[in-house]
Design a protein around this ligand. Structure first.
Ligand code: S3P
Length: 170
């Protein structure tokens, strides 16, 4: 069984994915960590040294590699993963369950404004400019996220509750 979590930066994909995998007794792969291990560099360094296009190609390649594994997996993707090339179509084709962790703009803002540093796409955006940036970005990205098989409203819920809700969907 393959479960793929999609959603915007800071929507809780990694935390929820790790917890869910532990409870289901299957392996967890965080796509960003997988890319960092493959490149032996942080996402931030990959962006600054090689640029975003290089990262997107790598992300595409690594997504296919991970989805091609024989074992059962919970996979948390990066916020941009479903929004480039054929990635969302591949996720829909290969995953038994794709789940969009839907978090509102105000809640995302609160989370992201406190943890921008390791996120190359937002680290140079001031907190004043952040609402407009996230609003526009989500407007572009939501159509991809919303193609997921399940859409979970994650506002006002902690990771444990989100995991319980996911287990009900499986
Ligand atoms: C990105 C999100 C990041 C990471 C990269 C690009 C994006 O992952 O893949 O910085 O395009 O939204 P998280 O969603 O885990 O922050």
């Amino acid at each position: 069984m393959k479960i793929v979590l999609v959603g915007y930066m800071a929507s809780g994909k990694s935390t929820v994915g790790r917890l869910l995998a532990r409870q289901l007794g299957i392996r967890f792969i965080d796509l960003d960590d997988y890319i960092e291990e493959h490149q032996k560099k942080s996402i931030k360094t990959i962006f600054s040294e090689k640029g975003e296009i290089f990262f997107r190609k790598l992300e595409h390649q690594m997504l296919n590699e991970v989805l091609g594994k024989e074992e059962s997996l919970v996979i948390s993707t990066g916020g941009g993963t479903p929004c480039y090339g054929t990635n969302m179509a591949t996720i829909l084709d290969q995953a038994d369950h794709s789940i969009y962790l839907d978090v509102s703009i105000p809640n995302l803002l609160e989370r992201i404004s406190n943890e921008k540093e390791h996120r190359p796409l937002v680290k140079n955006i001031s907190n004043e400019e952040l609402p407009e940036f996230i609003g526009k970005h989500l407007f572009e990205r939501r159509p991809y996220y919303r193609q997921a098989k399940h859409i979970l409203d994650c506002n006002g819920t902690d990771a444990e509750t989100v995991v319980e809700k996911i287990k009900e969907l499986l």
